[in-house]
Design a protein around this ligand. Structure first.
Ligand code: PMP
Ligand code: GLN
Length: 403
């Protein structure tokens, strides 16, 4: 377990004296995703770094958004988000997970999951409070916690190869040891970026047991809820006994509908928690994405066929990338969900990723940026949310690279 920040998922650190930036945000620099996408453009590399699909969302969804713009849905929507979308989110949660949320008081539309996570952390954590989370972790978590003046307590997910499948696991003892009398919440991401791990029922019960025992909130980032493979099911932690009342469940249209630039996310939680998140959220962005909201509402109502198509496409792309990398001699950890696969280089991955655009014309992310500890120093994250021909070309280019 680690209790402080070694290297946030960012670059461009400046000495304190030369920057107007508040001390708690120094060291965050530019996000690794922006940096790597710029590098891909500058070098003409294939971008297997930033996790965004290189195909558009469903045609109906795009047409609905255009129609909403033409129909004049271009002014501020209501603070909670339009009712049609809140109803569609509540319907989705009932249909997919048997979880009932009241669209009037228990659902809130946000500017992507990023704002939902930030608003939840800022709403729950005071200065010097603590949030427990797993590493590797999505980069915005550390920044949101730092903005709150709070601290992160990090428990490491470790690779556990076994005969049936390769995967990632944690030590429940380490998780319990991370809790102190300042702990306010557990920030849980499943399906998990960057490992591709989908937390199973028994693991979720460990986290839930901890939350119940110590009366903690759970901020559940479930943006990849529909991107799970091989017949697996995503289990929302809110569906476990005693968890709905303490969980802020977060989703996003970006991942579920392949429109990451639209930034429509949402929160579902009991009224008091929703109100707390909304109180912060209204002073971050107030509202966003007026014409996108009705389009996403309609897409959510019609979603099963779309989600099935995306799942199948991504699973095939995962298979293509993982098989190709393994053939090239890389030690691949096959993901259970998400957009991302990990390889273990068994040597320093930062150096490898820095050289890769020049040597092969491919961009990937060194997973160490998602860690506080050194546990991820040899891992590289490759995104497979790209067209098969793009993955094929990337694999061709990687032929000359020794793992
Ligand atoms: N959480 C995780 C785990 C992510 O990978 C991402 C990025 N795609 C986000 C949150 C941010 O989602 P959004 O684009 O909806 O803000
Ligand atoms: N979530 C995406 C990833 O992990 C990137 C989002 C971003 O650029 N902030 O690659």
């Amino acid at each position: 377990m680690t209790t402080s920040g070694r290297s946030p998922a960012s670059s461009g650190e400046q000495p304190a004296s030369s920057t107007p930036l508040v001390a708690r945000m120094q060291g965050f620099g530019t996000t690794i995703f922006a940096e790597m996408s710029a590098l891909a453009l500058a070098t003409g590399s294939i971008n297997l770094g930033q996790g965004f699909p290189d195909t558009d969302g469903p045609e109906d969804l795009l047409v609905d958004a255009i129609s909403a713009i033409r129909a004049g849905q271009n002014q501020y929507p209501p603070g909670l988000g339009i009712l049609e979308l809140r109803e569609a989110i509540a319907d989705h949660h009932r249909r997919c997970y048997g979880l009932a949320y009241d669209p009037a008081s228990e659902v809130l539309v946000t500017a992507g999951a990023t704002e939902a996570v930030a608003a939840a952390v800022l709403a729950l954590a005071d200065r010097d409070d603590e949030i427990v989370m797993f590493e590797p972790y999505y980069d915005s978590y550390a920044a949101a916690i730092a903005l709150a003046g709070a601290r992160r307590r990090v428990v490491t997910l470790r690779r556990v190869p076994n005969a049936r499948a390769d995967g990632w696991s944690f030590d429940p003892g380490e998780l319990y040891a991370a809790v102190t009398d300042r702990t306010k919440a557990v920030l849980l991401n499943t399906p998990h970026n960057p490992t591709g791990k989908v937390f199973g029922a028994a693991e979720l019960e460990v986290v839930a047991g901890l939350a119940r025992q110590h009366d903690l909130y759970v901020i559940a980032d479930e943006v990849y809820e529909h991107l799970v493979f091989d017949g697996r099911r995503h289990i929302p932690i809110a569906s476990l006994p005693g968890m709905r009342e303490r969980t802020i469940m977060i989703g996003s249209a970006g991942k579920s509908f392949s429109v990451t630039g639209w930034k429509i996310g949402w929160v579902a939680a009991p009224p008091e928690l929703t109100k707390a998140v909304r109180t912060v959220k209204q002073f971050l962005t107030y509202v966003n994405g007026a014409p996108f909201q009705p389009a996403i509402a309609r897409a959510l109502a019609a979603q099963p066929p779309h989600h099935e198509a995306v799942r199948q496409r991504l699973q095939a792309q995962r298979d293509q990338l993982c098989a190709g990398l393994a053939e090239l001699g890389f030690d691949v950890v096959r993901p259970e969900g998400t957009y991302f696969a990990t390889v273990d280089l068994h040597r320093d991955a930062v150096e490898f990723c820095r050289e890769l655009p020049g040597t092969a014309g491919v961009v990937a992310i060194p997973s160490s940026v998602f860690y506080d500890s050194k546990a991820g120093d040899t891992y590289v994250r490759f995104a497979f949310c790209k067209r098969p021909e793009v993955i094929g070309e990337a694999l061709d280019r990687l032929k000359g690279v020794s793992p």
